[in-house]
Design a protein around this ligand. Structure first.
Ligand code: BDR
Ligand code: CA
Length: 307
């Protein structure tokens, strides 16, 4: 497997952290150039603080963090309850041991991409505000982007409205700008995320194991599972993890090429992704994956980080 140069744009967020852990467990596959933050699950400064605390706990203060947009392009931020008051409830984190870089997220990504000798992949785990601003302000980056793998949207479901997923709903204008940028996009919509889960046994395993990353995962996933437990579920979708899983194991996913347009507004339609399978479309939508395989790889990855 070719080692990818990778940027992660995120709003941590429990599932964002799981995606970051999966990335850190595979240095043979990823050279992580940095992580950028954006308003989403919680306010931008809060999710940045969550990220800095997590990386401090993990001893990875070497990873550059850059702060991004404090709101969507046009709409106001709407923090989510699912991640608790801090946006990352369930674990007692240390104070952040380092600061974000002085450049903002858009400048940081532009410099990382333009200074790279190889094309750069972007994993987008949050509203697409930073990415849209990057592509609009610095179109020269487009030919140096390998692909943008987005957790967002849905083919015919929703978690905000009947047909709208949170990351796209939060900034539909940015999402549309990214979809029409011409850059190769891979969408991990709600449908495929359900193949990327943790279950009660995983959570118990991590809680009982007294090692550092296992404790972090046990605490965070136990909190995150609360929402599903109240509804009688025994496995819990770790949405953002689908992006990194796809980059690591593309052969375990099924999808189709086509186009995607985003509905900007409407009481029932804001953030709806209109995904149309058609030949020659530059947007690849993932639909299915090998759930048991991916679950086993995630357990393994957390063990690897603690080895
Ligand atoms: C997405 O919304 C956020 O709450 C999660 O972190 C994920 O990126 C799922 O709809
Ligand atoms: Ca997220």
């Amino acid at each position: 497997m070719k080692k990818r140069k990778l940027l992660i744009d995120c709003d941590p967020g429990h599932d964002d952290i799981m995606a970051i852990l999966m990335t850190l467990a595979h240095p043979e596959a990823f050279e992580l150039l940095g992580i950028t933050t954006v308003a989403g699950n919680n306010h931008m400064r809060q999710v940045t603080d969550n990220l800095l605390r997590t990386l401090t706990y993990l001893g990875r203060t070497d990873i550059p963090v850059a702060m991004g947009s404090e709101s969507a392009l046009i709409l106001d931020p709407e923090p989510q309850d699912a991640h608790g008051k801090t946006g990352l409830d369930g674990f007692d984190f240390p104070e952040p041991g380092f600061l974000p870089v002085p450049e903002g997220a858009v400048e940081f990504m532009k410099n990382a991409i333009m200074n790279s000798t190889e094309k750069v992949t972007i994993a987008a785990l949050a509203p697409l505000t930073n990415i849209a601003l990057l592509l609009l302000a610095y179109p020269e980056v487009k030919e140096k982007i390998e692909e943008i793998v987005i957790m967002g949207g849905s083919v015919c479901r929703g978690n905000m409205l009947a047909r709208s997923e949170f990351n796209i709903y939060a900034d539909p204008h940015a999402a549309e700008a990214v979809m029409r940028s011409g850059v190769r996009v891979v969408i991990a919509p709600l449908e495929v995320c359900d193949y990327c889960i943790v279950n009660e046994e995983d959570i118990r395993y991590w809680q009982n194991k007294k090692t550092k990353t296992a404790q972090l995962c046990g605490g965070l996933m136990n909190f995150f599972a609360g929402y599903g437990r109240q509804r009688g579920w025994s496995e819990f979708t770790v949405f953002d993890l689908a992006t990194i899983m796809y980059l690591l194991y593309p052969e375990r996913f099924e999808g189709f090429d086509g186009t995607c347009h985003v509905v900007p507004d409407g009481a029932y339609t804001r953030g709806m992704t209109v995904i149309d399978p058609c030949e020659g479309g530059h947007i690849h939508t993932l639909m299915k994956a090998d759930k048991a395989f991916l679950n086993a790889r995630f357990r393994e990855a957390i063990d690897l980080l603690d080895a």
